[in-house]
Each structure stands twice: as C-alpha cells, then as structure tokens.
Design a protein around this ligand. Sequence first.
Ligand SMILES: Nc1ncnc2c1ncn2[C@@H]1O[C@H](COP(=O)(O)OP(=O)(O)O)[C@@H](O)[C@H]1O
Ligand SMILES: [Mg+2]
Length: 326
Amino acid sequence: MNSDVLLQVQEMQLGLADGTALVDGVSWQLQAGQTLAVVGESGSGKSISAMALMGLLPPAVQWQSGQAFLQGQPLRDLSERQWRTIQGRRIGMIFQEPMTSLNPVMRVGEQVVEVLRCHLSLSAGQARDRAVELLSSVQIPEPQRRFSHYPHQLSGGQRQRVMIAMALACDPVLLLADEPTTALDVTVQAEILHLIAQQQRSRGLGVLLITHDLGVVAQVADHVVVMYGGRVMEQGPAAQVLASPAHPYTQGLLRARPSAQRPRSERLQEIAGIVAAPTRQPRGCPFAPRCASSLDACAQLVPTVQAIGPDRSVSCWLHVQEPRHG
Ligand SMILES: Nc1ncnc2c1ncn2[C@@H]1O[C@H](COP(=O)(O)OP(=O)(O)O)[C@@H](O)[C@H]1O
Ligand SMILES: [Mg+2]
C-alpha cells in the first residue's frame, strides 16, 4: 500500500440485518495531508460510512463486507478497546450541530480539558494551559475569558470552533467533519472552512469532509467522492469533477447549486424525483429512476466502475464502451 495513503476504504458494504444495503461496495482513498469530500443528497449513505470509519455504527447497522485501513491498520471488527485508541486520538470528529455535541451545563474550557485529560496524562494545570492554547489556535477571541463561558453564551460559529479545538486536542492524523457548516450562515461557514483548511496545513492533517453542498467542495476539497443511494457515482480530483462532471447525478447536483454568477432570473434546476428508501432501490444504478439519460441497462445492472482519467472514475452505463466485435 502506498505509504502516503492515510485512509483507504475498500468495497465497504453496510446494511441492516434483513439484508437491506445502506452502503454498497464503496471504495476510495484519502492521501495524507489532503481533504477528501464525500458529497451527495441526504440519505446517500455519507454519515453511516463515516460512522463505520469511527467505530460508531448504530447497533442496527452491520459492516457486512469490505475493509478500511487507517495508516494501514484494518478497522473492521476492532474491539471497543481498540476503537478507544482511535476515537478522539487518531481521528478527531466534528458534527453539524455543535450545541448537541457540547454539554450545555459545563464551561467550554472544561470540556476541552476533559478531552485532554481523558486521552493524555496531563496535570490539571497543564491541561488548562493546553486548553487555552487550543482555544486560541482556533481563533476564539479572549480565550482565557471564553474558557469559563457556557455553550449558550457563544455564537454558533464560536461553538463550532470549540468543537474543532476538542477534535484537534490530541493531535489526530485525521479530522472527520460531517456537515460541519450546514447549521451556520454563509459568512460564518466560510470562516469555519478557512479555519479547517488552516489547521490542516499547519498540522499536516488529513480531512474527511462530508457535505451535501458542492460549494463547500469547491472551496476546500482536493478529491471528491460523489455518492448516491449508498454507491459511488463518480470520484476524482475536485477541480476536474466540478469543471467537467461525468455522471448525470453530479451534473444535476451542479445545476442545483446556487451560484453568485447565476442570474437571479434563472431558476435553480432541482434534480427531478426523490431519493428512494434503501429498501426500494432498483437492481441497477440507484440513480436510474431519476436520470434523464437512463438506458435500458441502467435499471437492470449496476454499471462497472470506469477509469476516465488518472485518479478519476465514474460508475455509469453512458461511459461503458460497447464491446468491439470482429
Ligand atoms: N440507525 C439506522 N438504522 C437504519 N437505517 C439507518 C440508520 N441510520 C441511517 N440509516 C439509513 O441509511 C441511509 C443512509 O443514511 P445516512 O448515512 O445518514 O445518509 P446521509 O448522511 O448521506 O444523509 C438512509 O437511508 C438512512 O435511512
Ligand atoms: Mg448525514
């Protein structure tokens, strides 16, 4: 395995005990020090994939086959004890709504201290100093004073900064961020993305960023994985995928993306149809029922993954070359 690969997912399949597939044969890899964005509409299987990679799958969901490796270490079937050496230590996490992840009745500085003391053997004084340093490094103004504030006394953006400080407290190699800016307004969203990018550069972090927003992908991602119905539709270098999307689903997501350049008169084109429940997936491509370009084969057979450039692939019958005869 290439030593620059931080996290590798191979044919990961997650599902329910009754056989319903939620994530089906997903493969990608995140290079050390880079940002990989997983993008797709709600219900595509982004969060459940991330939960598997953190050892936090809900009891109803099973990791049925495939494997994932963090710096070469296989993650499937780790024990609770083994996961504790990874969660919060080698992988830091932030989620959409910091208010639900922070303890409302505990001072924010104490919450950072708690993470530090849970994972590292620091004295109370050392942990406090380190917590103030961390609050300062995520650009919380007056960190000494903010240390003693409760979550409700901070703005949404500051709460997300506290979450980032907690996620980075133990110097993880990977930051996993699931819709970290979805609950924030646009200006604050840009600030938080900027902060994540800055921490990534200064710490050499790998970032796994989950989002439904291609605008976020454009701002920060090196590589993008487009998911729909629990499968990867296409993936590749973010700039290339955004400039020339190969899959009709990615093309639809791009048309549905609000843009400053788009004249206000021009309405956003939503992708027609709705996301099907996992129990009602077609046998073939999950996007086939909503796809304006679908062929007969699309509803019948899952398309094989086609390489369409260095580090770039698509799973779509429109890109499968006809077999040559004679
Ligand atoms: N605990 C669970 N039990 C059963 N199904 C679940 C559970 N969590 C998520 N799912 C299903 O898995 C699919 C993918 O969900 P999720 O990963 O949360 O999507 P996304 O993050 O892309 O919006 C959805 O159909 C969802 O209903
Ligand atoms: Mg989600």
